[in-house]
Design a protein around this ligand. Structure first.
Ligand code: ZN
Length: 451
């Protein structure tokens, strides 16, 4: 991005703590961040700026959080009765017929709601995985929604091609022809993908999961993504049913299947990976393959505890994902970071993950998984994606350390900057009529409920 002399400056002044997540994980007390245009111009004490000044006394400043796995359309199917207590496959079979009634309006409004919810929880960059396109819905619907909210967006063109009549899980009405899927991947990449530093939209290619597309589509998707220079994403090794399916249908574990079809590398990230074994973790570490860890969804669907401690120790890139709101059902990324810390402690003891490490996974970790070294940390020259947390309230009163952000709260952000743009101001989003969007969302949900 070009930096002209006339670009506006914002000075975030006198923050109680700044957690930079830079290479030395530096933390500053009583310090300032100066933003100029899209990027961070300076971090330090007693800075001066020529523009707006934001008083950050009583606040902790962190990089904006990064969400590496979501299905935004699912904000319209939170807490659906038949899906509240089911395992993954049964849960999907309850929801597929409801999702089959979605169209462009449902995709647009549900994405606005999901992204606004994420922004208010401190998220500045989100990926999305849209894998069904009923009734004229397109990936473009969610990209338009992201523009209205103002988040940095990595939508992925998902797909399902093996319907019930071919032995797959989804109903035939929700699957597409594989040639049409690949064609539409090319269309959305050409129309929306921006490879430049500072990009606001990057498109990925993302067949839904090994149990809903063919081996050929997995392989062709990898070839296409590499040809276009975009990233690959899917669900992998989510629970025991998923492993059993892989062994039965493909004769191998998911890691082997992924490797055989070109689905490892630093341009690939897999959601969940709850059931990766030691060899698969080593494969991911060796190949630079990333993981989107979704602890709340894993708890909600009873999938298990992902071996995040082991992954991190062996050098796997791990980011956080809230996953879709049909399996979370919240889209609060700060709560997700807290959950990731708690869950590793349940599995491996109180020293298994610190609050600071969870916050690092939620920021820098996610940016690395999404191939965004220009984001995820507060350093001079990096993108100005910044979260300001008010720690002067009742939830943090009496805390001794900025780790209170995860250990206590708050889990909603006070101020949020994306690419230097101030999109959350004192806990509100003045550029969005959120009340009216929520009204539209509830009307659409009601229509779906009434069938
Ligand atoms: Zn998912």
């Amino acid at each position: 991005m070009i930096n002209s002399l006339n670009e506006p400056e914002t000075l975030i002044k006198n923050a109680d703590h700044i957690l930079t997540m830079n290479d030395s994980r530096e933390e500053l007390r009583g310090a300032d961040v100066l933003v100029k245009g899209n990027v961070i111009k300076a971090i330090g004490h007693n800075l001066e700026g020529a523009g707006k000044v934001l008083d950050a006394r009583g606040c902790v400043v962190t990089p904006g959080l990064v969400n590496t796995h979501n299905h935004l359309f699912q904000t319209l199917t939170r807490a659906v009765p038949g899906g509240q207590d089911a395992l993954l496959f049964g849960w999907l079979q309850t929801l597929y017929p409801i999702w089959a009634r979605f169209g462009p309006e449902e995709m647009f409004v549900s994405a606005q709601v999901g992204l606004a919810e994420l922004a208010l929880s401190g998220c500045t960059m989100s990926s999305d995985h849209l894998y069904l396109y009923p009734n004229g819905a397109r990936l473009d619907d969610t990209i338009e929604a992201a523009k209205t909210v103002g988040l940095r967006f990595h939508p992925t063109r998902g797909a399902m091609s093996i319907g019930e009549s071919d032995g797959g899980l989804p109903p035939d009405s929700l699957v597409e022809r594989e040639a049409a899927i690949l064609e539409d991947c090319i269309r959305v990449i050409d129309a929306h993908h921006d490879a430049r530093e500072g990009a606001m939209v990057r498109v990925g290619v993302a067949p839904c999961s090994p149990f809903s597309v063919s081996r050929e589509l997995m392989r062709d998707a990898a070839i296409l993504a590499r040809d276009k220079g975009v990233m690959l994403h899917t669900h992998l090794a989510e629970n025991e049913e998923d492993i059993a399916y892989s062994l039965e249908k493909f004769g191998c574990r998911p890691g082997q299947y992924a490797e055989d079809l070109g689905w490892t590398g630093s341009d690939v990230w897999h959601a969940h990976c709850v059931k990766l074994d030691g060899q698969e973790i080593d494969l991911f570490a060796r190949s630079g393959t990333g993981v989107a860890h979704c602890p709340c969804s894993n708890c909600r669907l009873g999938s298990g505890i992902a071996p995040v401690r082991k992954m991190r120790d062996r050098g796997v890139n791990v980011g956080l994902g809230v996953d879709g709101s049909a399996s979370n059902d919240a889209g609060n990324l700060m709560l997700e970071a807290r959950q990731s810390m708690l869950l590793q402690r349940v599995a491996s003891g109180a020293d298994a993950m610190s609050a600071r490490e969870a916050l690092e996974i939620a920021t820098r970790g996610g940016a690395e998984v999404l191939g965004r070294p220009d984001c995820g940390q507060l350093s001079v020259g990096k993108q100005a994606d910044i979260a300001v947390w008010d720690v002067s309230g009742v939830d943090t009163a009496g805390s001794w350390d900025p780790a209170a952000l995860l250990l206590a709260g708050p889990n909603k952000v006070k101020e949020l900057f994306v690419q230097g743009r101030h999109i959350v101001q004192d806990g509100q989003m003045p550029h969005l009529d959120l009340r009216s969007i929520i009204g539209q969302q509830n009307a659409l949900a009601k229509k779906l409920m009434e069938g």
